[in-house]
Design a binder for this molecule. Structure first.
Ligand code: PLP
Length: 226
């Protein structure tokens, strides 16, 4: 099956309210063009430099999709990331929120959408804020005072597990925090996006309330790192 056919048949099995973000790390420009032609609306990058290169190589295709930053951004790469990103899914501290806000202000860009990344498994090797309602609420309140970034929801990876059922508790925890922040009715933010679920876990994530899944392997095949 071609990438386009594969995408279309997968899309049919996923509820309409769930956005598919293609995680395009290691994929070629032609593969990404093919999936955009098939109707893909959102792409996600882990690495700033890869994102810039693809943005330039995609040419007119770049404007057909929304661009998500789904990897950690070092402070010295924020300007480069802003060059192509519409949504930054990896905000996990006041410092990072402030740094991005400041650079958007200087760039002349419109307000940039952001998600708070939750380290739902509390893994020391992973980025993200602790899955603690008070901590997430404090960061959400801080962002609500910033003029150049707008909080639109939460993202989580969760610990990688062979058995997707093992991801369920982490998705539940993240959804609980999502609901709690919604209930606070913080002005100037809009809790609408819950980004969780990858190729092996997206079905469980959707059952637990995800409305944005980030897929690589299941769209394009296994990644080959060279
Ligand atoms: C690579 C990646 C994905 C997709 O992973 P697959 O298992 O290939 O679907 C999703 N989210 C993030 C942050 C990633 O880096």
């Amino acid at each position: 099956m071609s990438i386009a056919e594969n995408f279309l048949s997968l899309r049919k099995t996923i509820p309409d309210h769930v956005t598919i973000v293609a995680a395009v790390k290691t994929r070629t420009v032609n593969e990404v063009k093919e999936i955009i032609d098939a109707g893909l609306t959102d792409i996600g990058h882990n690495y700033v430099q890869e994102g810039i290169t693809m943005f330039e190589e995609l040419g007119e295709y770049a404007a057909k999709v929304r661009w998500h930053m789904i990897g950690d951004i070092q402070t010295n790469k924020i300007n480069k990331a802003l060059h192509f990103s519409d949504i930054i899914q990896t905000i996990d501290s006041i410092e990072k929120a402030d740094a991005i806000n400041k650079r958007v202000a200087c760039s002349g860009k419109n307000r940039v959408a952001v998600l708070i990344e939750i380290n739902s498994g509390q893994e020391s090797a992973k980025t993200g804020i602790d899955p603690d309602i008070e901590k997430v609420a404090a960061l959400a309140r801080h962002i609500s005072h910033l003029d150049y970034i707008k909080l639109e929801g939460l993202m989580t990876m969760g610990p990688f597990a062979g058995d997707p059922e093992e991801s369920r508790p982490y998705f539940k925890t993240t959804k609980k925090i999502f609901n709690a922040i919604q209930t606070l009715n913080i002005p100037n933010i809009e809790m609408k996006t819950l980004s969780m679920g990858m190729s092996n876990s997206y079905q469980i994530a959707i059952e637990e309330g995800s409305n944005m899944i980030r897929l690589g392997t299941i769209l394009f095949g296994a990644r080959i790192y060279s």
